[in-house]
Ligand binder design. Structure first.
Ligand SMILES: C[S@@+](CC[C@H](N)C(=O)[O-])C[C@H]1O[C@@H](n2cnc3c(N)ncnc32)[C@H](O)[C@@H]1O
Length: 204
């Protein structure tokens, strides 16, 4: 791992993902989490303050970047439910079959190198009636914006820790056997190639 990936990227991620518009997006989705919750790509823990302790039984956070997790604000001590962190990618989850009620994933499907493999694991650990709460950015609906997303993506990926600007998030869910009955989308304020957001609740 390079100096940039260890020392600079985690701080950049924490700063960029902590901006107001993204925090507002988290507030729409994370409080819906209930039961045994798994957060995939927990990053620096920016979702932690949005969990409602009355609804959550336990939370497992996974992320391969310990350096990013180290920036968390130590909120885990005051969560009011059991919390466990695993340093791992979503492609191999150290979690029992059908043990999770809610998966939370925010601004991470853009980055997971093998998203289809991650979905296999998601299907394995999620209970039959479990749900995925997600907020992601990805492929824009406007031709001009998409053209720029495609052009910039190879360079963006290098500086963004593997983040893709142009992933088709709804298609990814659909191809992996999940439906999203009430998908919401919009551009957040900011640079359009990185700001087209999708959010909702996905079910098997
Ligand atoms: C843009 S950050 C978002 C972090 C956090 N989810 C948030 O909303 O603030 C993307 C995160 O995906 C994580 N990541 C990268 N590869 C991953 C993988 N294979 N499985 C799970 N997370 C991964 C990165 O370490 C990083 O923390």
């Amino acid at each position: 791992m390079s100096f940039y990936e260890r020392k600079i990227l985690p701080k950049l991620i924490n700063f960029a993902c902590g901006l107001g518009p993204m925090m507002k997006q988290r507030a729409k989705i994370v409080p819906l989490a209930e039961g045994n919750v798994l957060e995939i790509g927990i990053g620096s823990g920016l979702n932690l303050s949005f969990y409602e302790k009355e609804k959550v039984n336990s939370l497992i956070g996974i992320d391969p970047s310990l350096e990013t997790w180290a920036l968390n604000q130590n909120l885990t001590e005051s969560l009011g439910f059991k919390f466990t962190y695993f340093q791992t990618g979503a492609e191999k989850l150290p979690i029992d079959n059908q043990s999770i009620d809610t998966i939370v994933i925010t601004y991470t499907l853009c980055t997971i190198p093998n998203a289809n493999l991650a979905f296999e694991e998601i299907r394995r650990v999620l209970k039959p009636k479990g749900k995925i709460l997600f907020v992601e950015h990805g492929k824009a609906p406007d031709e001009q914006v998409l053209k720029w997303q495609n052009r910039i993506n190879p360079y963006w990926k290098k500086i963004g820790g593997g983040c893709n600007l142009n992933r088709d998030i709804p298609k990814l869910f659909q191809e992996n056997g999940f439906k999203i009955p009430d998908l919401k989308t919009m551009y957040l304020p900011g640079w359009k190639p990185a700001s087209f957001n999708f959010w909702g609740i996905a079910e098997k």
